[in-house]
Design a protein around this ligand. Structure first.
Ligand code: MLT
Ligand code: MN
Ligand code: ZN
Length: 298
C-alpha cells in the first residue's frame, strides 16, 4: 500500500490568512514550517489515486505531487475520488474544486453525505458541472476502492457535527469516523483519525490492529485553545483529544507496536515550531509529528 501525506494542518492551515500568532508568524518567516490542510493520497492501483479528505488546498496539493498530476490525455487525472472522515469544511470544501472533472467518487458515511447534500447543498451546486458518485462507508460493509485492492472500513468516532450542520440529522457516531485502510493482498493497514473526540473501545481495537496510525494532533494540551485565546472551549470541548496530559492520546499510543504520527496540527500547537522542546518529549514517547509530503509504504 502506498500513501502520500498531502498536508498536516488543522482548519486554517499554517500560516492561516488572518492570524498573526507565533506559529503563523514563524511559518511566514521560515517557509519550510508551512503546513497545508490535513489530507492523504492513497494509491488504489497503478495510476489511480483516492484523496482522503478534500481540503481548501486541494489544487496545490495535487499539483505538488508528481503522482497526482494529469496526463497523458489532456483532461486525464489519476484522482479517482475522495474518501471523507467527516463533513467539516476543512475536509470537504475541496470537493467543489474538483468540478472540472467529468465525474468522481465520494465515499462517505450517511450523516456526512446528508450534511453535504443538505445544509451545504453541494449536490445541487455541483450537478451542472460534474457527476458525483456517492458511495456509502460503514462499519458493517468494508468498501473496496474502485480499480484497486484497498479495503476501507469506517470506525465510528463521534456525533460531532460541523457548525453549519448543528441541529441537523441524528446522533449517530458516524458523523466523524476513523478510516482503516487495508491492503487485501498483504493485510497491512493504516488507521487515519484526524478528528478524535473520544477514545472508545472500538477505537482502541482498531489502533491495536493497525500497522501504522495517523492521529488527531490538533492541540498539544487540553487548555491550549483557551490559553492562546482562540476559543473559550478546551481541546476536548472542541472535539479534539489533546496529545499530552491525563486525558491525552500520547500515553495511550506509547508502547504500541505500530508507528504513530500526529497530524491536523493547529497553528497554536507548539509542535509547529520544529525547535520546540515538545518534539523531544514526543520522541521519548516513541511518537512523532507527521510532515507534509511524507511517503508511506506499507
Ligand atoms: C475542527 O477540526 O474541529 C473543525 O475543522 C473546526 C472548524 O473549522 O469549525
Ligand atoms: Mn478541522
Ligand atoms: Zn495562527
Amino acid at each position: 500500500m502506498l500513501l502520500q501525506v498531502l498536508g498536516t494542518a488543522a482548519g486554517g492551515g499554517l500560516p492561516q490568512w488572518n492570524c498573526a500568532c507565533p506559529g503563523c508568524a514563524g511559518a511566514r518567516t521560515h517557509p519550510h514550517r508551512r503546513r497545508r490542510h490535513a489530507s492523504l493520497a492513497l494509491r488504489a492501483d497503478e495510476g489511480r489515486w483516492y484523496l482522503v479528505n478534500a481540503t481548501p488546498d486541494i489544487g496545490d496539493q495535487i499539483e505538488d505531487s508528481h503522482a497526482l498530476r494529469p496526463g497523458p490525455g489532456p483532461r486525464e487525472s489519476p484522482v479517482a475520488g475522495v474518501i471523507l472522515t467527516d463533513a467539516e469544511l476543512d475536509h470537504t470544501l475541496g470537493i467543489a474544486r474538483l468540478r472540472e472533472a467529468d465525474g468522481f467518487d465520494v465515499l462517505a458515511t450517511r450523516p456526512v453525505r446528508d450534511a453535504l447534500l443538505g445544509p451545504l447543498r453541494l449536490g445541487e451546486v455541483l450537478a451542472p458541472y460534474t457527476r458525483i458518485e456517492w458511495r456509502e462507508l460503514s462499519r458493517e460493509a468494508e468498501v473496496l476502492v474502485k480499480g484497486g485492492t484497498v479495503e476501507i472500513d469506517a470506525v465510528p468516532v463521534s456525533a460531532k457535527r460541523p457548525r453549519y450542520a448543528v441541529g441537523t440529522g441524528t446522533d449517530e457516531p458516524t458523523w466523524v469516523v476513523a478510516l482503516r485502510l487495508r491492503e487485501t493482498s498483504t493485510g497491512r493497514s493504516l488507521l487515519y483519525a484526524p478528528a478524535l473526540a473520544g477514545w472508545t473501545d472500538d477505537f482502541q481495537d482498531a489502533v491495536e490492529q493497525a500497522d501504522f496510525v495517523i492521529l488527531d494532533g490538533t492541540f498539544w494540551d487540553d487548555d491550549e485553545p483557551v490559553r492562546t485565546g482562540i476559543s473559550a472551549r478546551t481541546a476536548t470541548g472542541m472535539g479534539h483529544l489533546p496529545i499530552a496530559g491525563p486525558n491525552g492520546t500520547a500515553r495511550r499510543l506509547a508502547g504500541l507496536g505500530a508507528r504513530c504520527l500526529y497530524t491536523h496540527l493547529n497553528n497554536t500547537n507548539p509542535l509547529v515550531d520544529p525547535d520546540a522542546p515538545q518534539h523531544t518529549l514526543l520522541g521519548e514517547w516513541g511518537l512523532e509529528a507527521a510532515a507534509d509530503r511524507m511517503v508511506i509504504e506499507l
